[in-house]
Design a protein around this ligand. Structure first.
Ligand SMILES: Nc1ncnc2c1ncn2[C@@H]1O[C@H](COP(=O)(O)OP(=O)(O)O)[C@@H](O)[C@H]1O
Ligand SMILES: [Mg+2]
Length: 247
């Protein structure tokens, strides 16, 4: 049986992962601040909804929706407009959450009443409403701030991954870490629990900042192990699989 693949909508990525992400699992997209995690997530959902007929859920635990919407407009992605057409749900669990959004949850990150169960309730309802297939969680760092210790954080992340997988959502879990940790090749909690891991590296080479994507693991997929440069263009993230980072 040929496994179903989900096209990423990110130019150059699918050829690194045999045509797309295996359907219905959670993947960690890991990078430093400014690496383009939010752009990656928005692009996955925008292209999913407009090009592949797959609606999506954007769960923000960090940046408020209006800010994400504003920043993504420069790539031509009007997320609010997609939401109006029931092709996208922006679920606001950010610390500065306004209660106005259609999918605002009762208690956002940073409040005592925040819970993964509460969040999952809203996710399940939104999924039903718009028949979502794709999902983005931006970002998991917020959970490590919410919970007291590493053990508890890990339990909550595991619960989130289990439930999103049960809902058959193909999910990008955006995670922030330092370049040192990615280079140390030691997996953190998310990388360990996810079905696949993609690193977004940022290097300084002489006077330049060079960005490179690395598919570190993807269960059941023959991956291209090479570091490939990527840039931000007017149409979003573009990956260059034929080019090299270090000469
Ligand atoms: N049109 C653009 N051209 C070039 N760089 C851009 C463009 N739009 C955003 N950026 C860069 O993208 C980065 C922010 O991406 P973002 O997805 O918010 O990062 P992260 O979520 O990983 O912190 C910033 O470094 C910003 O300068
Ligand atoms: Mg971000």
């Amino acid at each position: 049986m040929k496994e179903e693949r989900v096209a990423s909508g990110i130019q150059g990525l699918d050829e690194l992962i045999e045509g797309g992400f295996p359907n219905g699992f959670c993947y960690a997209i890991v990078g430093g601040p400014g690496a383009g995690k939010t752009i990656f997530g928005a692009q996955f959902l925008y292209q999913g909804a407009t090009k592949y007929g797959e609606n999506g859920l954007y769960i923000t635990l960090e940046e408020p929706p209006y800010s994400i919407n504003n920043n993504m407009l420069r790539f031509g992605w009007n997320l609010y407009e997609l939401e109006k057409r029931d092709k996208l749900a922006l679920i606001d669990a950010s610390p500065m959450k306004s209660s106005k959004g259609s999918y605002a949850i009762k208690a956002g990150i940073g409040t005592e009443d925040f819970s993964i169960e509460g969040l999952l309730g809203v996710i399940a309802e939104a999924k039903r409403k718009i028949n979502a297939k794709r999902c983005v969680v931006d970002s998991l760092k917020a959970l490590s701030i919410q919970y007291r210790d590493e053990f508890e954080t890990r339990q909550q992340i595991l619960k989130l991954i289990r439930s999103l997988t049960e809902l058959s959502l193909t999910t990008m879990l955006l995670a922030e870490t330092s370049e040192e940790k990615m280079d140390a090749q030691s997996f953190g909690t998310v990388e360990f629990l996810a079905q696949g891991v993609i690193y977004l590296h940022t290097y300084r080479i002489r006077d330049n900042t060079v960005r490179a994507i690395e598919v570190r693991k993807m269960r059941g997929v023959k991956i291209v192990n090479k570091l490939c440069p990527y840039t931000f263009t007017d149409t979003g993230i573009v990956i260059y699989p034929q080019e090299t980072v270090f000469r």
